[in-house]
Design a protein around this ligand. Structure first.
Ligand code: ADP
Ligand code: 5GP
Length: 190
């Protein structure tokens, strides 16, 4: 019996998904963040098994073919996927599981687990997005350009989500995401 609820949080790179989710996780002990697998190289300070499971392409493909991912996609030239087992175990134990994934992955989850609650995090504008990505400083110029190009395309998908949270003022956006979480995690149906 699956008693926890699944939340998908998607949106362009730099929109603030990680920042908003970190605030949510601090507030709700019943929430857990799924750790994804990726073929991207670790950034300084990123730890295997904590931020991501870092895999080479061969191992990633093997796991994808074995059906070990709930969803997976190529994003900005790297492969990313959600390990299925951890998500299912946590939901069975009553935890609400948060997936921080891209819009393609969100589409796959929507098909496979239609009861999942989906939230799109939108930056206030492309200019602000660029400024935040620049300030974060985790990508080089070319990688940043690619993320900005993809942001436009990803934003076209936002109408497919249950909720859109505009991440303008951080406190306000955190309150909005928490209100969605509280409402949806208490729902008894679906
Ligand atoms: P994502 O996980 O969507 O890629 P991050 O959470 O890493 O985005 O946020 C991108 C950058 O913007 C980070 O440096 C973060 O500190 C900053 N940031 C996030 N939300 C806000 C906000 N509301 N106002 C200003 N800066 C923000
Ligand atoms: P980053 O390289 O900045 O950590 O992540 C880049 C993009 O990959 C983000 O949009 C992030 O949401 C997405 N991503 C991270 N993990 C997953 C995953 O497991 N599946 C999918 N589909 N996308 C993911």
């Amino acid at each position: 019996m699956r008693t926890g609820r699944l939340f998908v949080v998607a949106g362009p790179s730099g929109a603030g998904k990680g920042t908003l989710i970190a605030e949510l996780l601090k507030r709700y002990p019943k929430s857990r963040l799924s750790v994804s697998a990726t073929t991207r190289k670790p950034r300084p300070g990123e730890k295997d098994g904590v931020h991501y499971f870092f895999l080479d392409k061969g191992e990633f493909r093997r796991r994808a073919e074995a059906g070990e991912f709930l969803e997976w996609a190529e994003v900005h030239g790297n492969l990313y996927g959600t390990p299925r087992r951890q998500v299912e175990e946590w939901m069975d134990r009553g935890y609400d599981v948060i997936l921080e994934i891209d819009v393609q992955g969100a589409g796959q989850v929507r098909e496979r687990m239609p009861e999942a609650v989906t939230v799109f995090v939108q930056p206030p504008s492309l200019e602000v997005l660029e400024e935040r990505l620049r300030r974060r400083g985790t990508e080089n110029e070319e990688q940043m350009r690619e993320r900005l190009r993809n942001a436009d395309r990803e934003s076209l998908e936002k109408d497919k989500f249950h909720y859109v949270v505009v991440n303008d003022e951080l406190h306000r956006a955190v309150s909005e995401l928490c209100a969605i979480y509280e409402k949806e995690s208490r729902r008894l149906d679906g």
